[in-house]
Design a binder for this molecule. Structure first.
Ligand SMILES: Cc1cc2nc3c(=O)[nH]c(=O)nc-3n(C[C@H](O)[C@H](O)[C@H](O)COP(=O)(O)OP(=O)(O)OC[C@H]3O[C@@H](n4cnc5c(N)ncnc54)[C@H](O)[C@@H]3O)c2cc1C
Length: 441
């Protein structure tokens, strides 16, 4: 990396990386000895993979658990965290009909009112008979139709549709199934029956077991990776990007690059490109996402979790879709004898009243009997996640494909959860970084 001219700082580098979240840092790490520079707008690296201290409690941007399926990513993450790792078997519940049942709903109807179990089983059997010959993978269908075809009317009505509409904030008829691969457990009919009439403890799904740092929250991972990264500049404000000239203009100088890797949310990146063709700008208005208000709450002197890692709330009478308990990920995240949780409330189009949302969350926690009248709230720390989940609708794939291929032709790769505009995990971010580094060669 060469830097010229003290008054007007001009930096030349082979690879310029925008954003120092996990994807940006992984890209830099995988570039090894090559010339690169990472620009980050915040005063610390990490992005969503970060932790915030408040009144003796340490919070993440809601639960950030390491689900490691890829051997390469697993080894790399282990090498960063060394002995600072805990390994847990998930204990996850669903709250509906005024009671708690096991997750996933479709495999654990046991404990629900008898007529609800019967309706769910009847619906599932009917759908199995009706769609016996259909290949669901080949058919282009809405998430709603996929749910009914896969799980039947009852399971769709009591969990799949209300829960997902609450999370994504979009009608399930307007959502596609592009994000479901591997994330939604699909038990066999005999397993559903077993879980309807017995308290089945079988584990399902990609997140049945997870790793988490023993100390320091998920930020510990970022702190360890950052030690290996040179040329990371924080508190940078990017003013414009010119694709033809291959320059990025910031408050701290001008950066010339040969290849640009952006991990910024795709609409944010496109919004600062000065020479973007009108047709790309136009289609980018079709990119949709939701936001999540992460309401972190610390409770002094009592464990409010009942041993659960997290609980899903599909019903409308609760403002939140999920509540998780940090103290069950690591006991070092809150003072001894206390407990802490994240309450997740999603919204669209930038509109949320934080004060009212905190009030609604607290009243829901009392209603669900998680908080009790005499509990001492030691900390309330809302964190707003503007870009949280990318919405998979009928246009998403076409738009992302058009934009990415245009940018690649202009020496730009946009990648990571929001650069790639997709549903992905921290493990994927590590792997996206490796792919991005290879792309720059
Ligand atoms: C609610 C929620 C829960 C999650 N839970 C899990 C989980 O349990 N397990 C899991 O594996 N994954 C989880 N994830 C996904 C995980 O957070 C992401 O996959 C991963 O952190 C994405 O990293 P990234 O670097 O691609 O994006 P980001 O973390 O968003 O990083 C992008 C970086 O770009 C920076 N930036 C943005 N704009 C600019 C700009 N104009 N100029 C310079 N820099 C800029 C940002 O500050 C940020 O540092 C969760 C995500 C959400 C939203």
């Amino acid at each position: 990396m060469k830097s010229y001219n003290k008054k007007l700082r001009i930096v030349e580098t082979d690879v310029l990386i925008l954003g120092a979240g996990l994807t940006g840092l992984s890209t830099a790490y995988h570039l090894g000895g090559r010339e690169y520079c990472v620009l980050e707008k915040e005063n610390r690296p990490g992005g969503l993979c970060g932790s915030v201290a408040h009144n003796g409690f340490l919070y993440d941007y809601t639960g950030h658990l390491l689900h490691l399926r890829n051997e390469y990513a697993k080894e790399l993450i282990f090498s960063f965290l060394k002995n600072n790792l805990t390994y847990r078997t998930r204990n996850t519940l669903i709250h509906s009909f005024g009671r708690y049942t096991r997750y996933p709903f479709q495999a654990n109807l046991f404990g629900l009112p008898k007529q609800i179990i019967e309706e769910c089983i009847k619906g599932l059997v009917e759908s199995k008979l009706k769609y016996f010959n259909c290949d669901r993978k080949k058919m282009d269908m809405s998430f709603r139709d996929w749910c009914v075809m896969t799980f039947g009317q009852g399971i769709s009505k009591y969990f799949m549709i209300p829960y997902n509409e609450k999370l994504w904030r979009v009608s399930s008829s307007n959502m596609t199934t592009g994000w479901t691969g591997g994330y939604v457990p699909q038990p066999l009919l005999k397993e559903v029956l077993e879980g309807a009439y017995t308290d089945n403890k079988r584990l399902y799904g990609y997140n049945a077991k997870f790793y988490y740092p023993g100390r320091g929250g998920i930020q510990a991972l970022i702190d360890n990776i950052s030690e290996n990264i040179k040329n990371l500049e924080t508190s940078i404000k990017i003013k414009t990007i010119n694709l033809k000239q291959k320059i990025v203009v910031t408050n701290k100088g001008i950066y010339r690059y040969k290849k640009l890797v952006s991990t910024l949310p795709l609409p944010v990146f496109l919004g600062i490109v000065s020479d973007l063709p009108g047709k790309i700008k136009k289609i980018s208005s079709g990119l949709k996402h939701n936001s999540v208000l992460d309401i972190n709450i610390g409770v002094s002197g009592r464990d409010v979790s009942s041993g659960a890692h997290w609980i899903y709330f599909p019903e409308k009478k609760y403002s939140f879709y999920r509540v998780g308990f940090y103290n069950n990920f690591s006991r070092h995240l809150c003072p001894s004898g206390s407990s802490s949780m994240y309450v997740e409330v999603s919204y669209r189009n930038g509109k949320i009243n934080i004060r009212q949302s905190v009030k609604d969350a607290l009243s829901g926690l009392y209603k669900a009997n998680i908080l009790k009248k005499n509990d001492i709230i030691g900390s309330v720390c809302p964190l707003n996640i503007k870009y949280a989940y990318v919405i998979y609708d009928a246009n998403r794939n076409y738009i992302v494909e058009k934009i990415s291929s245009y940018l690649v032709k202009n020496s730009v790769l946009t990648t990571g959860r929001f650069g790639g505009w997709k549903y992905s995990t921290m493990e994927d971010a590590v792997l996206d970084g490796r792919t991005a580094a290879q792309w720059t060669e």
